[in-house]
Design a protein around this ligand. Structure first.
Ligand code: SAM
Ligand code: SF4
Length: 332
């Protein structure tokens, strides 16, 4: 095995977030600009090119792969991609974050092609509100079906991502908790991060994770679980032994950048060491320019060494500026 991938602060990469496409059929309020500009098809990496980077990274002990986007299920023949990624022997697991719209029809094939687990984004349990948030009509039922089918075909675990924003859905925190308890789901509440979507980012809409946990504890006693190194979330079980769990992703109020273990690859072949930095390094020109695996590995090492210190650096500034790069191009 090659040397592990280490950044300038000594943080070691173990997880790859791979954005397989920038395209999406939803227009979430906090993610997608009103008029998105898609990457030209010719710029998007083929599955073979992606697999080559996955293999080079797996050899450096980056063995946990999460597929994201855009909407990963919008990418044609995603099952083919999964099978190719699966062929990388050193890969430990493949998971996916999806809006769930195509999940009911694809879950079985995804599982058979090598997907282990899935996280579905669901920001409201009220149809009208959900559809307002995601900017699409008649999609709520399909997302709920997708969650049920994912469980039924044995994708495990099935988690729910819920971005809580002030004045929109913070009144549904307990409803989500009840869903988690009844359906045995892990509910992940995400703080609103500084990316421009339909509106410019607005810090007054951020609901801190501490407030979310305090709200839940008015009703249920929670048991905090030890945080896994490198995890973006703090998780809790219910003291009464109920099924389900809750997590908060406190990227803004309590970031865990100190032991971050992620590296990102965009659909158009940019290595992005940190979600909160605009730095990116074009590995596609090497992939398409005849470079050897060793040259690509060395380019990735040099890029990753320059990884940004973390969100704390942004927060030290008086005002957090939203990141210009749209969230859907980097894969959340
Ligand atoms: N389309 C897929 C989905 O929605 O699950 C995967 C890509 S999406 C960019 C990945 C995750 O980022 C989703 O859970 C989404 O809700 C979350 N997200 C998008 N914009 C966000 C923002 N401004 N703040 C916090 N989370 C955000
Ligand atoms: Fe699409 Fe996911 Fe962004 Fe929503 S959060 S617009 S589903 S990429």
């Amino acid at each position: 095995m090659a040397e592990p991938l280490v950044d300038g602060f000594g943080r070691v990469a173990r997880k790859l977030r791979l954005s397989v496409t920038d395209r999406c059929n939803f227009r979430c309020d906090f993610c997608m600009p009103l008029h998105p500009v898609w990457m030209p098809h010719s710029e998007i990496l083929t599955y073979e090119e992606m697999t080559r980077v996955v293999r080079i990274l797996a050899d450096m002990n980056v063995t946990k792969l999460r597929l994201s986007g855009g909407e990963p299920l919008m990418r044609r023949d995603i099952e083919k991609g999964l099978k190719l990624f699966r062929s990388v022997e050193k890969l430990e697991s493949i998971s996916m974050t999806t809006n769930g719209y195509f999940l009911a029809e694809k879950a079985k094939a995804l599982k058979e092609s090598g997907l282990n687990s899935v996280t579905v984004s669901l920001h409201s349990l009220k149809q009208e509100r959900f559809e307002e948030i995601v900017g699409r009509k008649d999609v709520f039922g399909k997302v709920l079906d997708g969650i049920k089918t994912a469980k039924a075909v044995g994708l495990h675990p099935v988690k729910i991502n819920c971005v809580i924003t002030r004045g929109c859905n913070e009144d549904e925190i307990i409803d989500f908790v009840e869903l988690g308890r009844q359906a045995g789901l892990s509910i992940r509440f995400i703080e609103y991060m500084p990316f421009d979507g339909r509106h410019p980012w607005d810090s007054s809409r951020l609901v801190p994770g501490s407030e979310i946990i305090a709200k839940i504890e008015e009703k249920y006693r929670l048991l905090k679980l030890p945080r896994e190194p490198g995890s973006t979330s703090v998780s809790y079980e219910f003291a009464d032994g109920s099924a389900g769990s809750v997590s908060v992703i406190t990227s803004m109020t309590q970031p865990f950048c100190g032991d971050c273990d992620r590296i990102r690859l965009t659909a158009d072949g940019k290595i992005v060491p940190c979600l909160f930095s605009r730095d990116e390094y074009d590995v596609k020109k090497l992939l398409r320019g005849g470079a050897s695996d060793e040259e690509i590995a060395s380019f990735i090492r040099d890029s990753f060494r320059k990884k940004f210190a973390g969100v704390e650096t942004l927060l030290k500034k008086k005002k957090v500026e939203p990141l210009v790069r749209p969230m859907h191009t980097i894969g959340g």
